[in-house]
Design a protein. Structure first.
Length: 104
């Protein structure tokens, strides 16, 4: 059986795309890498098939070696500063879930 990983799944309703892309989206990817994560999906313009809460959701999935690494990133002072850059740029739901590696 494959070793478990932790995935951070973010669904967002980005209402100020320019602000989001010029600030938060520039700063966070190097932090994800620094804390041991990697992106496995980034997409915009999605469509909810059930329980829609916005019109065109964006989605991001990052893979982490374990839950502790994802939580260390999320609670880090570096991410706290970066998270301020997305304030007012949209509404986001964030889920952590353990799973075998994608594709395993």
């Amino acid at each position: 059986m494959a070793e478990s990983r932790c995935y951070m799944i973010v669904i967002g309703d980005i209402t100020d795309r320019e602000r989001f892309l010029e600030g938060y989206a520039q700063v966070v990817p190097p932090l994800v890498e620094q804390f041991g994560g990697r992106y496995v999906l980034k997409g915009a313009g999605g469509q909810f098939l059930e329980n829609a809460w916005c019109d065109k959701p964006s989605a991001l999935i990052s893979e982490w070696p374990n839950r502790e690494a994802a939580i260390a990133f999320w609670n880090s002072p570096e991410y706290a500063d970066a998270k301020k850059l997305r304030e007012g740029a949209g509404t986001f739901q964030v889920l952590l879930i353990n799973s075998p590696p994608i594709g395993a």
